[in-house]
Design a protein around this ligand. Structure first.
Ligand code: ATP
Ligand code: MG
Length: 330
């Protein structure tokens, strides 16, 4: 079986972008692949977190993972901070990654612009920790949204570089990006991707948002003044984004959507998009409530997942230390 690894940061709650770009596919891949899904809490520390809020959010994030359909009976589901090999391999890989490479990462450039008062070294080396996450598990495929493509390419470069020096230690992973939904845009600024850490709550839909709130957010979504439902990412980024969301939720093609809303205003279209999203997310919200009421179950998932991930990760780390020439503990 081929191995899949992916993760999301508990830097906010799961958005529709995270769901359509990543988590929905993770769920579908569970039967066919050997899947490992991490909650990358260490990555979330690159922006300032309040300890109490953060801990609660991490539990909630796990419940959201499970509510979306990730199944601990099928996949390894765990917190990054519970497996120390992530941080340890990241240090090693830092020594095989160039500052020039990291300077070219668009995520760093964007986040540095947004958090001018906290451009910390972690934000800069974020892609190295991500490379460690992936390489620790000898991953074949990394299902992610479009925005993470550049980081996967860097991961491959680092892995190849290391293997050229020390022999075939790492598997060279490939990005696995969905055809529809790989890049959901902000509802308030459709030239920017939807992000859970956006300060404007109207810019994103959360999988746990109430039906009323979802309807309200879609009604406020920025569009254009043409009043024709037509796909054109450049001239009509807002409408094109809503079409993407509708397509991903209903399986309909852009042509079908254009026909469906021919001659209708944006009001009717926005309402239909909101309804499709409300309907699609409903089971997730219900499952979430159940899960949050059972802390004992969540804790058993956390413990079990950490042990299984630790087993695999520590093997790879040992191999890396050995190849580099670090002295083994006698
Ligand atoms: P943050 O703003 O804190 O970076 P985020 O919403 O970008 O949060 P991440 O945890 O960084 O979420 O990413 C988790 C997964 O979701 C990744 O695979 C990423 O590619 C995917 N993803 C994030 N945003 C989108 C989006 N707008 N459309 C599609 N996929 C997305
Ligand atoms: Mg992100």
């Amino acid at each position: 079986k081929k191995r899949i690894f992916s993760g999301a940061q508990p830097s906010g709650s799961v958005t529709l972008g995270n769901y359509l770009g990543a988590i929905k596919n993770w769920v579908e891949l569970q039967d066919e692949y050997d899947c490992i899904y991490c909650i990358v809490d260490l990555h979330a520390l690159t922006v300032r977190q309040d300890p109490k809020v953060f801990r609660e959010r991490c539990y909630s994030f796990l419940a959201q993972y499970l509510a979306c359909g990730l199944d601990p009976e099928k996949s390894v589901i765990y917190f990054q901070s519970h497996v120390s090999a992530h941080a340890e391999l990241a240090w090693i890989l830092n020594c095989y990654t160039y500052v020039g490479e990291l300077s070219r990462m668009t995520q760093f450039k964007e986040k540095a612009k947004k958090h001018r008062d906290n451009i910390n070294a972690g934000l800069f080396t974020y892609p190295v920790l991500m490379a460690a996450d992936i390489l620790l598990f000898k991953t074949d495929l990394v299902p992610v949204g479009e925005d993470q493509k550049q980081h996967i390419e860097l991961t491959r470069d680092i892995a190849v570089r290391f293997n050229n020096l020390y022999g075939e230690v790492f598997k060279i992973p490939e990005a696995y990006i969905p055809k529809v939904g790989a890049r959901i845009m902000s509802l308030q600024d459709p030239t920017k991707k939807m992000s859970k850490s956006d300060e404007n709550e109207n810019s994103y839909i959360l999988v746990l948002d109430s039906p009323d709130l979802i309807m309200k957010k879609f009604k406020k979504a920025v569009t254009d003044s043409e009043a024709v439902v037509r796909y054109d990412e450049v001239a009509k980024p807002g409408i094109s984004n809503l079409m993407n969301i509708y397509a991903a939720m209903t399986g309909r093609s852009f042509e079908e959507i254009e026909r469906e809303f021919d001659g209708q205003g944006y009001g009717a279209f926005k309402k239909a998009v909101a309804e499709a999203v409300i309907e699609g997310l409903k089971p997730i919200r219900e499952k979430y409530e159940e899960l949050m009421a059972d802390k004992g179950y969540l804790e058993s998932v956390i413990k079990n997942g950490a042990a299984r991930a630790e087993n695999i990760a520590s093997e790879t780390l040992k191999e890396v230390y050995d190849r580099i020439g670090l002295v083994p503990l006698p």
